[in-house]
Design a protein around this ligand. Structure first.
Ligand code: F6P
Length: 561
């Protein structure tokens, strides 16, 4: 099961040679291409699930697209997807399967997935059912705090993949929160975070979820201890508990649950294992929002919403596994990113949702894409042969229009951008008889149009502008965008969007020969922080061991505290 083939160097493929040759004479001309081909939009529009994906405003000709499809074939993208889905140990550096797709397989899917002797489907659904039942108990008020009150707030304590997914989905699906339970998310070890997020909470109605795959993460365990101290102190202040061990243990049992792959460590922290929800080492942190890490979502939004989210993921999993490359949306989008990164020199990629509900989507994607593909060695330990991982970034429109779009429209850098929009709003509003969401969508359409087709000097002059202002008011166009449109931001559609980007990321990683599922690059900083902490606390030996710059900064710290 563990066998993984050696990476194929993409630069040695004939498709890469074709792309290099095409690049030599490549002159982007979206105006010309649209004028010459009335079917361009039809030919370059794809669908996956509820997502209508218009690729036509990308800088591709049929020849480029053809060569990109060949690149996917020559680098074995479809085969790698098949390997992932069957449970091959694609995470070579940790010798693990990569099976986040198993988290969203429907109950009873055939044939049953058995990997490394584990009955995957059985175990996934056992946890999902327990999690749903627990969420229902909290939502109905059957689960109560230590003083008998119903939970009104859940506070998820986690970081990275144990935070970014849940907070992003919670914000996106807030209109579905129907049980009067609010979720908050504490991630940063900056004590501001937990202090502000608990400041107005009632300890009697607060349930903490400690979410950590490893249950060793410094930030999360520190915040969990701070939360526990806060709970004990606040309950004691209200006279709800005394300071006996028994009372404190009882308080934790009523106000703390955990999600982790390390259930022994959960117990050591003092959380009753019956109040813990597990997952497995074959779920990467940044791929874990659809595991028990989504417990805060199941509580605040409801288990049905959570299951609908999972069904959305699964729709895209099925598409990616069974659709030829020419029609395969995640693979095509990954290939376009390779074209921009490796042939047209793009270094970043903007994701611009026209949906305020998706205001944390770019932050979520930053971990997904950059922790996955920010690598310079391949899965066999040899150096990569091309540039890898773009910088992903973004903000919801229209806010970004009034901030950084200037650079995308008229700057010197090529920034491919994904625009994401929904036909129907969560909150329909009218202003002076006009549908505000319609005005919002007009901006989405206007921006993608302006970026693609620009405004020529002649058009500017025709409006009466003269002299130096003509150049300033000219828009070059040929700024590539993909438009992703869906009827509404439902739980299923959100699951589809997340899975779309997971598989885009995997496509790119595969072409570059990268293991997209480890993250060794975060380790050094963690180790050094532990070494430096004693110097902060006054240990002169630890101070002396630092380099001169770090020492000077520590001196500054000591002088000013
Ligand atoms: O440090 C990076 C990282 O390992 C991420 O990959 C992960 O999502 C995050 O830390 C949190 O880890 P854990 O869930 O084990 O606390």
């Amino acid at each position: 099961m563990g066998f993984v083939t050696a990476p194929i160097d993409p630069t040695t493929t004939s498709a890469w040679s074709r792309l290099s040759a095409l690049r030599e004479s490549f002159t982007p001309d979206l105006r010309g291409w649209f004028a010459a081909d009335a079917d361009r939009t039809r030919d370059l529009t794809r669908t996956v699930g509820d997502l209508h994906v218009d690729l036509s405003k990308n800088l591709v000709t049929p020849e480029v697209l053809d060569a990109l499809v060949a690149l996917a074939d020559e680098t074995g993208v479809r085969e790698r997807f098949a390997d992932m889905l069957r449970g091959a140990h694609l995470n070579t550096s940790e010798d693990r399967a990569v099976l986040h797709t198993a988290l969203r397989r429907p109950a009873g899917a055939e044939p049953a997935l058995v990997v490394d002797g584990q009955q995957i489907d059985h175990d996934v659904h056992e946890v999902l059912d327990r999690l749903s039942a627990f969420a229902d108990r909290v939502r109905s008020g059957e689960w109560r705090g230590v003083t008998g009150k119903k939970v009104t707030h859940v506070v998820n304590i986690g970081i990275g993949g144990s935070d970014l997914g849940p907070v992003m989905v919670y914000e996106a699906l807030l209109p579905y929160a129907d049980a009067g339970i609010h979720a908050r998310f504490v991630s940063n070890i900056d004590p501001t975070d937990i202090s502000q997020k608990t400041a107005d909470l009632d300890p009697e109605t607060t349930l903490f979820i400690v979410a950590s795959k490893t249950f060793t993460t410094l930030e999360t365990l520190t915040n969990a201890r701070l939360a526990r101290d806060w709970l004990w102190a606040q309950l004691a202040e209200k006279g709800a508990i005394d300071d006996s061990d028994a009372a404190r243990t009882d308080a934790v049992a009523h106000h703390f649950v955990a999600v982790s792959t390390a259930l022994d460590k959960v117990e050591a922290f003092g959380i009753d294992p019956t109040n813990a929800f597990g997952f497995w080492d074959w779920v990467g942190g940044r791929y874990s929002v659809d595991s028990a890490i989504g417990l805060s979502l199941a509580i605040a939004l409801g288990p049905d919403v959570f299951r609908e989210l999972l069904a959305g993921f699964h729709t895209v999993d099925e598409h990616v596994a069974s659709t030829p490359v020419e029609q395969n949306v995640p693979v095509l989008m990954g290939l376009l990113n390779v074209w921009y990164t490796n042939f047209l020199g793009a270094q970043s990629h903007a994701v611009l949702p026209y949906a305020q509900q998706l205001h944390r989507f770019a932050a979520y994607l930053q971990q997904l894409t950059m922790e996955s593909n920010g690598k310079s060695v391949r899965w066999d330990g040899t150096p990569v042969t091309t540039d890898t991982g773009e910088v992903f970034w973004g903000e919801p429109g229209t806010n970004g229009q009034h901030a950084f779009y200037q650079l995308i429209h008229q700057g010197t850098r090529l920034i491919p951008a994904d625009f994401i929009a929904f036909v129907n709003p969560a909150y329909p509003r009218a202003d002076d008889g006009r549908d505000v969401h319609g005005l919002f969508l007009a901006n989405f359409l206007a921006q993608t149009k302006a970026l693609a087709f620009g405004k020529t000097a002649e058009e500017v002059e025709a409006e009466g502008t003269t002299g130096a202002l003509v150049a300033a008011r000219t828009f070059p166009g040929n700024r590539p965008t993909t438009s992703i449109f869906a009827p509404s931001l439902t739980p299923s559609v959100l699951g589809q969007l997340i899975a779309l980007y997971e598989h885009i990321t995997f496509t790119q990683g595969t072409i570059w020969g990268i293991n997209s599922f480890d993250q060794w690059g975060v380790e050094l900083g963690k180790q050094l922080a532990l070494q430096i902490a004693p110097a902060i606390e006054g240990d002169d030996e630890a101070l002396a061991a630092q380099d001169s710059s770090t020492r000077a900064l520590l001196d500054y710290y000591r002088a000013h505290r």
